[in-house]
Design a protein around this ligand. Structure first.
Ligand code: HEC
Ligand code: HEC
Ligand code: HEC
Ligand code: HEC
Length: 407
């Protein structure tokens, strides 16, 4: 197992594209490579495999459907904590605690691992190449249509993001050819794009996949590109600013895997092309690195998905938290007063508080025969919004003070 882990560690280190979390929302840019080390050093790897490698006591955190985004990850961790801590003591491992940076990096690492596609299915890809009528315009090593370029050259030395970048950049030209030939725009679902790429690569005889080594994708850079590429003209991120022609991208559930989020982008190319033309916005072209950064930024938005503080107050009470935690500035309880938390409230910080304080909290609960409350994703997002709202009230900003003084 040790060699396997070491190999996988190497693969993960050198893999082409990786994801970092929203730098805009955090003071620093979390580092997935450091996060991988945290995952090893804190002993998670002892029980949890990542991309199929590692221990087999707990679920694979890069593949478990209940850890698909940051909020889900925090909720799943919280909900399974007692069973997990019990396992940790059974295995005579130390209960880990976390510094703020360590938990950020750990989340960045798991976000990266969750973004990697499964290897594509070349046989399914071959079907698609015909069914989507690519074959009518494109050849692979000379075999097939001649309207568009031969795809062997594109396929031989690219990773999935670079592949979609090529399709994306050529989309306007492809649209014209499609219109001329009367072929419908080829839409894709789920992993179809990965299957197709896998087929084209094998048909092109590009045996081993030669990676383009992009630097780790940076969500912070993606946030900048989201503006400079004019996405912001049509899409808002949260209510504050941005266009209204397209959906608010902080509120849609986008798939995690690069191949699948790329499909979402691809499917919207015709509508976008039509709209950008009408608005005289230039069609946004990308370098592969740039697209990786934007996708990573879109992936990171789920961490900031806003909860509902009113629903959160009800959840907080229903889960029995009020039995021990005061939620007014002067209130007292068995547990700490939650109006004076040191850290801002995010899925990452609540996960850290849970590891650091949870075992003591669990002990208190067991003494009082209170069951450890499980949270689903929505409940956790709402509770975080509620806890954030009581921080604001107990630590008024200068603005609030001013409005209080002016009757
Ligand atoms: C001693 C073994 C062990 C260690 C060490 C361990 N876990 Fe777990 N973990 C488990 C088990 C077992 C479960 C499933 C518990 C259950 O079924 O309720 C689990 C569940 C989880 C889940 C929920 C997964 C899901 O699909 O719902 C998350 C997230 C998680 N662990 C994260 C971590 C992280 C992060 C670390 C390192 C800080 C860690 N675990 C360390 C054994 C472990
Ligand atoms: C009606 C003809 C037509 C169909 C059908 C078609 N394409 Fe294209 N495709 C083109 C044309 C023309 C271009 C070049 C556009 C340009 O560069 O302006 C192109 C460009 C591309 C490129 C970029 C190639 C490069 O050199 O970077 C890729 C990748 C691609 N197509 C993939 C596909 C796939 C996959 C399908 C099937 C789902 C498909 N195309 C269906 C006509 C077509
Ligand atoms: C001219 C307006 C416009 C621009 C510019 C634009 N989009 Fe869109 N976008 C839309 C519209 C309209 C939709 C919804 C309709 C559709 O999906 O076809 C959409 C949908 C999307 C979706 C899918 C959302 C969902 O609900 O699944 C994503 C992801 C997306 N856009 C990303 C981007 C990115 C990244 C950029 C910048 C490169 C961008 N868009 C630029 C108009 C635009
Ligand atoms: C039986 C009493 C009890 C209940 C019920 C309880 N807690 Fe706690 N909680 C504690 C104790 C005690 C601590 C401090 C543990 C320590 O000292 O490490 C704590 C710590 C915390 C912290 C960390 C605070 C800090 O200063 O970092 C958070 C956040 C928290 N609890 C949230 C919750 C939530 C949310 C609920 C409801 C799901 C809840 N607690 C239910 C007793 C409880």
């Amino acid at each position: 197992m040790t060699t396997n882990i070491a190999t996988r560690k190497h693969v993960l280190m050198t893999i082409a594209v990786s994801v970092a979390l929203a730098a805009c929302a955090l003071a620093r840019n979390p580092d997935p490579k450091v996060g991988m080390k945290v995952f090893w050093d804190k002993g998670c790897i002892h029980c949890h495999p990542v991309l199929g490698e590692g221990g087999n006591i707990g679920p694979d955190l890069s593949r478990s459907p209940s850890t698909a985004d940051g909020v889900e990850l925090a909720a799943a961790m919280w909900s399974h904590a007692p069973q997990m801590w019990q396992r940790i003591s059974q295995e005579s491992l130390q209960l880990p605690t976390f510094q703020a940076d360590e938990m950020e990096d750990l989340f960045a690492f798991l976000a990266m691992a969750r973004s990697f596609d499964e290897p594509g299915n070349a046989a399914a890809g071959m079907q698609l190449f015909r069914a989507k009528r690519c074959v009518e315009c494109h050849s692979i090593r000379g075999q097939g249509g001649k309207v568009g370029p031969d795809l062997a050259t594109v396929a031989s030395n690219r990773n999935p993001v670079a592949w979609v970048t090529a399709m994306w950049n050529h989309a306007p030209g492809m649209f014209r050819a499609l219109a001329v030939k009367g072929v419908q725009f080829p839409r894709f679902e789920r992993s179809e794009m990965v299957d197709l790429e896998s087929y084209i690569r094998s048909a092109a005889g590009a045996g081993t996949k030669q990676q383009i080594y992009l630097r780790p994708a940076a969500a912070g850079q993606g946030a900048v590109l989201f503006r400079t590429k004019q996405c912001i003209r049509c899409h808002s991120i949260g209510a504050a600013e941005g266009g209204r022609l397209g959906p608010d991208l902080s509120r849609v559930a986008l798939p995690r895997r690069f191949g699948e989020i790329a499909v979402v982008m691809w499917n919207h190319a015709p509508e976008m092309e039509r709209l950008v033309a009408a608005q005289s916005i230039p069609y946004p072209k990308f370098e592969a690195q740039e697209l990786a950064d934007v996708l990573s930024y879109l992936n990171s938005l789920s961490l900031n998905r806003p909860g509902n503080p009113t629903a959160g107050a009800a959840t907080f009470a229903a889960k029995g938290c009020t039995a021990c935690h005061a939620t007014t500035a002067s209130g007292k309880g068995v547990g700490p007063n939650l109006t004076r938390l040191q850290q801002s409230l995010t899925p990452v910080s609540i996960a850290r508080m849970m590891w650091n304080h949870g075992p003591a909290m669990l002990q208190r609960m067991e003494k009082s025969s209170i069951e450890w409350p499980a949270f689903n994703t929505k409940e956790l997002a709402d509770t975080l919004a509620y806890l954030a709202s009581i921080q604001a009230r107990s630590q008024p900003t200068s603005q609030l003070k001013i409005s209080a003084e002016e009757p």
